[in-house]
Design a protein around this ligand. Structure first.
Ligand SMILES: O=C(CO)COP(=O)(O)O
Length: 127
């Protein structure tokens, strides 16, 4: 996406279980900036971020139940500008194929894609 200098971005928020606390702390820290954008999330991540920050997040299905694929479909349809996905590199995921599909589409469609906190900081600073 182009750096719109104030234009609203559609941001997907996702975190694996051991990374959800980290994402909630990050989202709370960046609440002012994040709140200027349209937020989407997989089911559990979305609930956690809403509870932690009070911001509205449109929730899709839980990741293992298809939420990652829903975000991937949004990317393929040009409906998501940014993916913030705190991936847990130390745990096996039962839906690893879905995770791969989502990260593959984020790469293919050249969306802004952060999979850790430092990159998420940089992406948000760019918006
Ligand atoms: O599993 C996920 C990403 O792969 C996230 O899904 P939840 O937010 O529903 O836990």
């Amino acid at each position: 996406m182009e750096n719109g200098e104030g234009s609203m971005a559609r941001i997907g928020l996702v975190a694996h279980d051991d990374k959800k606390d980290e994402l909630c702390i990050w989202a709370e820290h960046h609440k002012h900036k994040l709140g200027q954008h349209e937020l989407w999330g997989t089911g559990t991540t979305g609930s956690r971020v809403m509870a932690a920050t009070g911001m509205e997040v449109t929730r899709l299905k839980s990741g293992p139940l298809g939420g990652d694929q829903q975000l991937g479909a949004m990317i393929a349809e040009g409906k998501l500008d940014v993916l913030i996905f705190f991936i847990d590199p130390l745990s096996a995921q039962p839906h690893d194929v879905d995770v791969k599909a989502l990260t593959r589409l984020a790469t293919l469609y050249d969306v802004l894609f952060a999979n850790n906190k430092s990159t998420a900081d940089a992406v948000l600073a760019y918006l």
